[in-house]
Design a binder for this molecule. Sequence first.
Ligand SMILES: NC(=O)c1ccc[n+]([C@@H]2O[C@H](COP(=O)([O-])OP(=O)(O)OC[C@H]3O[C@@H](n4cnc5c(N)ncnc54)[C@H](O)[C@@H]3O)[C@@H](O)[C@H]2O)c1
Length: 245
Amino acid sequence: MTTGPSNLVVTGAGSGIGQAVCQLAQAAGVNVFGIDRDAHGLAQTQAQTGAGIAVCDVTDEAALIRAMDSAVEHFDGPPDALVAAAGIYRIAAAHDISAQAFADLLAINVVGAFVSAREVATRCVDGASIVLIASMAYEAGDTNEPAAHYTASKGAIVSLTRQLAVEWADRGIRVNAVSPGVIHTPMLRLVDNPVKAAAYLESGVPLHRFGTATEVANACMFLLGSSASYITGVILPVDGGATIS
Ligand SMILES: NC(=O)c1ccc[n+]([C@@H]2O[C@H](COP(=O)([O-])OP(=O)(O)OC[C@H]3O[C@@H](n4cnc5c(N)ncnc54)[C@H](O)[C@@H]3O)[C@@H](O)[C@H]2O)c1
């Protein structure tokens, strides 16, 4: 029988994939603590799931540490799982990306995920499970939606996943990532242009549709649970076949 985690922290819990993880986890009887900088979205998640919450920007290291302390208080015990889904996407030609804009994106997508993982690993007892969120963007360049900073951030998530998996394996902490394709959440920009979207789904996605946040969340729940007990350091595509080569 598959067992899930007991005490799960989710960043980016106020929208999209993070919110869907909270919903699935709560339905599976997992204690959930959500972190997001968007108070409104987070309140919605709390109303839906009863999760504990902390409004927090993951780039504020001190605030994130306090939020993790609040999670321990909420659980009345250590966390044993994390899904780090806080992230942003910005489309911009490489010529137009300033050093500051590049650094700001990395601060959220990479450093925020790293500090979240570090703080859960610091507090958890041995045998925890961590899921980071990459993107199929890490695998190939894209001239339709150029985003050098975003693409680089997701390449970093892949390397970070593998490094942490090796480094924390002795403690029985498994670290994996999911790599979503085009998922219908507020982040997705392809939906802004239905004609372009239809053409892309026809030619670029073998399953010919967008994925849902719940489909990505299901993959996260699999990686967190006992069914994945011998899986670590893996980057799991959830992309309708878009990266089949
Ligand atoms: N939607 C897609 O097509 C897609 C594809 C590949 C990867 N992803 C990745 O999945 C993850 C979740 O994306 P989503 O589609 O659910 O997007 P989303 O915009 O619906 O949710 C992202 C959440 O992260 C929060 N967030 C952003 N910056 C934050 C910060 N500094 N501190 C705290 N919270 C912050 C936002 O408030 C939001 O609630 C991201 O890492 C994204 O890059 C999404």
